[in-house]
Design a protein around this ligand. Structure first.
Ligand code: MG
Length: 370
């Protein structure tokens, strides 16, 4: 395909309720969409970056800028026909900015898959028709409120719940949820809120039979994570630092993680995400698919990724209708906490033109430049 137009579109989707983690609180999800026109049709990508650089360094306005000024020009400089496998090499000279790169690769992949009549699940080598979803629960204003939210998820058929924790909100909420919902698969995510000096406090979580503790220490403290793994019984899962298959291999070699959270945006796209999966599968390390409070469009694509054989743990894959009051893609259903892996050609979902229009806050033409 040859790319003829690249449009950057920002939408803002309201949350059902403010979503608070140690990375901050927000009322709505600002999302950057990338739309391309090509000689083989139209394609869309969704950038995982949040509105502010509080969770990762990437954020919507920054991603739009790097796409416009550095990534789109490099992809177009390839000249002539491009395919999805050519995107990452074309962008490799730009360091970082994985979420922006992934959005551009998604758009090209969307066109390519639709033109070829195959689904993302087929393209990646998915081996399952359905995947199990878990629910992620933010830091609640009280234990009672937390139990209400977890109870609602359990009533809806979810068997795995992930609690966000931070210093001052860890042992007591975990104890309360474990005592109320004995057989729930329970895990926690600290988003890097602890330090290695907190090892004794984190060891207090060991009696609650947690499936894992995700990102207890800051993303750059891999040595600390390897050290912590020897001091607590709960398996450590890493999220934020896993930026490529190469990094994943290094993390496993140093014993810094027993589980890996895979996010396509964080590693630069679905093709690299599949390689992270391959590295972990070969090492016998389980992976699961993380979430970025994405729209139904990216979440449908995540279902395909999560259907690969090494994704043996439930992912943060619940329908966006659990956290968004409006969406740009058709609703996903999760009866009993399971979702169907999309089989339609393309990334797995169609975008709703009217919904995109209704929630657009800004549109910018990145190519051809005006
Ligand atoms: Mg996480």
């Amino acid at each position: 395909m040859r790319i003829t137009t690249v449009e950057l579109r920002r939408v803002r989707l309201p949350f059902l309720a403010p979503f608070r983690t140690s990375a901050g609180s927000t009322e709505g999800r600002e999302v950057l969409l990338v739309r391309i026109d090509t000689t083989a049709g139209e394609g869309w990508g969704e950038c995982a970056a949040l509105g502010e650089p509080t969770y990762t360094a990437e954020y919507v306005a920054g991603a739009a800028g790097v796409l416009r000024d550095h990534l789109v020009p490099r992809l177009l400089a390839v000249g002539g026909e491009v395919g999805a496998t050519a995107v990452a090499p074309a962008l490799a000279a730009v360091r970082g900015h994985h979420m922006a790169k992934a959005a551009l690769e998604m758009a090209v992949l969307d066109v390519e898959l639709r033109a070829a009549g195959i689904s993302l699940a087929q393209r990646l080598g998915a081996t399952r028709d359905t995947v199990e979803a878990g629910v992620a629960v933010g830091i609640a204003p009280s234990i009672g409120a937390l139990l209400d939210v977890v109870g609602g998820a359990v009533d809806d058929g979810y068997r795995r719940v992930k609690l966000k924790i931070e210093p001052g909100w860890d042992v007591e909420p975990v104890r309360a949820v474990r005592e109320r919902f004995g057989d729930l698969v329970l895990q926690v995510d600290a988003n890097g809120a602890y330090r290695i000096g907190d090892a004794a406090q984190l060891a207090l979580l060991d009696p609650f039979d947690l499936a894992m503790i995700e990102q207890p220490l800051p993303p750059d403290d891999l040595a600390g994570s390897a050290h912590l793994a020897r001091r607590i019984a709960t398996p450590i899962c890493l999220d934020e630092p896993i930026t490529s298959a190469e990094v994943a291999a290094g993390v496993l070699a140093m014993g810094a993680a027993a589980v890996i959270n895979v996010k396509a945006g964080r590693v630069g796209g679905y093709l690299e995400a599949a390689r992270v999966h391959d590295v972990c599968l070969a090492a016998g390390v389980p992976v699961w698919c993380g979430g970025m409070l994405e729209t139904g469009y990216a979440r449908a694509a995540n279902l395909a990724l999560a259907a690969l054989p090494g994704f043996t743990l439930p992912g943060d894959l619940c329908p966006p209708s659990r956290y968004l009051a409006a969406d740009v893609a058709a609703p996903l259903l999760a009866p009993g906490g399971r979702l169907q892996v999309p089989s339609q050609p393309g990334l797995g979902a169609d975008l709703l033109a009217e919904a995109i229009e209704a929630h657009t806050t800004a549109t910018e033409l990145a190519y051809p430049s005006r």
